[in-house]
Design a protein around this ligand. Structure first.
Ligand SMILES: Nc1ncnc2c1ncn2[C@@H]1O[C@H](COP(=O)(O)OP(=O)(O)OP(=O)(O)O)[C@@H](O)[C@H]1O
Length: 493
């Protein structure tokens, strides 16, 4: 529903935000109407999360005005005020307490759930919401968050944002909510967004998956370098005009797909592994020069298979000849970023062997490596000595790519690594992956994005911890992957 003429629910005017020498926002004007889904897109570091943090009361604007439901909010607007006004935010870096249960995490944002039986009531509240948003979610109220997969954590955090006790919700901000969800679960969320906006709740959806932005938004705002550079009805955009408005110079689909590169580069076998419990003769194989995809619904054993290769299982002697394996984590908060270190040190950590001189690390070599990758992969930062946490989420993810690709590892393991990476950079990374493969590297790539399978020479679809189907060449289609995702392998436990 678009309500251009009605007075807006939320109005942001001339918002500026400065972090030290970085001007993250340079005068943003934006309005959100009741009951609309506003898509918010822009390159990594454009300022989307910073703007949303200001709206959610977790950051204070350096300049500018904010009005919510007719209330003008000045300095001292805090997250508690946002909560009182019905504004909820699901942040990109998930914020649930890992040592508490699903029910206990729900109680944190609902202080009214107190007294005898609060845990049970919090559990019922979140379970009802999970059932509504993600039918068949497989989460229980007593699950400890730290024991859940990243996609289940993301589901809990999203569902929690829509739970209501004493205060109605006016706006839910979803900052890259589908980045760890497989396409089936992502669709469930998009359907739910349609449903709640129909009931008058507004949603701001930030995503680098332009298909879902176009599918669900009423209006789309495009940010570039700290400003909103376009804001129009979604129907006035298509994929190409959105990419152009974002200022991306990379043509989508420019990276060579499988079969387009020289197949003569395929070399010796490096990985040969049978998942434990595999009832038939399928096994995971990867040769030098190959990009091998792992697909299927989220949490079906793909990450575990990558970790087992990382620990050396299935790696043949030829694979271990060089510097072995490196791993690009999708869950960068838990497994990737070294939070107290600079960008330079975060990139250099996997290449220390090559940069050593005697007992010491040559810091100028580390600097050279970091500078070269900052340039090659477009990390937006004033310089490589900046702390990694000063980077936007997508730029942190680029650092993890730089760390792995800048190392000498012959086998690169990627655990749904494109989380939060913008569309221009993704195409650059796809090109780099194919280039590196043609020079003999082996990639094992778990992805929840169907189109990324186009860059794979062979795809193993996972179901219940084993390979349900091996797809090659023209058989790698969305339909075949989906069918195999639900296939029961005969003889499987
Ligand atoms: N705490 C901070 N300290 C210093 N700079 C910061 C901080 N937080 C954000 N920035 C900078 O502000 C700019 C905007 O970052 P922001 O996270 O808002 O971008 P984004 O559009 O959400 O990007 P992404 O798509 O990668 O999530 C970036 O240049 C980032 O490095």
């Amino acid at each position: 529903m678009t309500t251009e003429t009605a007075s807006p629910l939320i109005s942001l005017g001339g918002i500026q935000k400065v972090f030290g020498a970085v001007q993250a926002l340079s005068g943003v004007d934006l309005q959100i109407h009741a009951g609309e889904c506003l898509g918010l897109v822009g390159h990594n570091g454009a300022g989307k999360s910073t703007l949303m943090n200001i709206l959610a009361g977790t950051l204070e604007a350096s300049e500018g005005s904010l009005t919510i439901a007719g209330t003008g909010l000045g300095k001292g607007y805090l997250v508690q005020d946002a909560g009182r006004l019905g504004v909820r935010c699901v942040f990109q870096e998930l914020s649930l307490c890992p040592n508490l249960t699903v029910a206990e995490n729900t109680r944190i944002i609902h202080p009214v759930l107190k007294g005898f039986g609060w845990r049970k009531r919090a559990g019922l509240l979140i379970m009802k919401q999970l059932d509504q948003v993600f039918p068949g979610h497989g989460v229980s109220a007593s699950d400890v968050i730290g024991d859940l997969s990243i996609s289940k954590r993301q589901m809990v955090e999203i569902a929690r944002a829509f739970t209501v006790t004493d205060t109605d919700i006016r706006l839910v901000i979803l900052d890259e909510p589908t980045s760890s969800l497989d396409s089936r679960v992502a669709d469930q969320l998009l359907n739910y967004v349609n449903q709640v906006t129909g009931q008058g709740v507004s949603v701001i959806l930030i995503s680098h998956l332009l298909g879902e932005i176009l599918q669900v938004s009423d209006r789309i705002a495009v940010m570039k370098d700290g400003r909103v550079v376009a804001c129009r009805n979604a129907a006035d955009f298509d994929r190409v005009s959105l990419v152009e408005a974002m200022g991306s110079t990379v043509v989508a689909g420019a990276a060579p797909r499988r079969g387009e590169e020289n197949s003569a580069t395929i070399g010796e076998e490096r990985i040969h592994m049978r998942p434990s419990g595999q009832p038939d003769d399928q096994s995971i194989r990867a040769q030098a020069g190959e990009v091998v995809g792992f697909a299927g619904l989220a949490g079906q054993g793909q990450t575990e298979a990558l970790l087992s290769v990382f620990e050396g299982h299935g790696v043949l002697p030829s694979g271990a000849r060089g510097a072995g394996c490196c791993f690009i984590a999708g869950d960068r908060q838990v497994d990737g970023v070294l939070p107290l270190w600079s960008i330079r040190k975060n990139i250099g950590i996997s290449s220390l062997g090559r940069m050593r001189s005697g007992m010491l690390i040559q810091s100028e070599r580390e600097l050279e490596l970091a500078e070269a990758w900052k340039e090659r992969i477009g990390i937006r930062a004033p310089d490589v000595e900046a702390p990694i946490l000063s980077l936007s989420g997508g730029n942190q993810q680029k650092v993890l790519f730089a760390r792995a690709l800048g190392s000498a590892a012959e086998i690169v393991l990627m655990d749904d690594p494109m989380r939060g990476v913008d569309v221009g950079t993704k195409n650059e990374v796809y090109t780099i992956i194919r280039q590196e493969a043609s020079q003999g590297r082996t990639f094992l790539w778990y992805t929840t994005e169907m189109e990324e399978l186009d860059y794979c020479d062979r795809v193993y679809v996972f179901r219940d911890g084993i390979v349900s189907e091996t797809l090659t060449g023209s058989d790698i289609t969305e339909e075949n992957v989906l069918q195999a995702s639900f296939k029961q392998v005969s003889g499987a436990a």
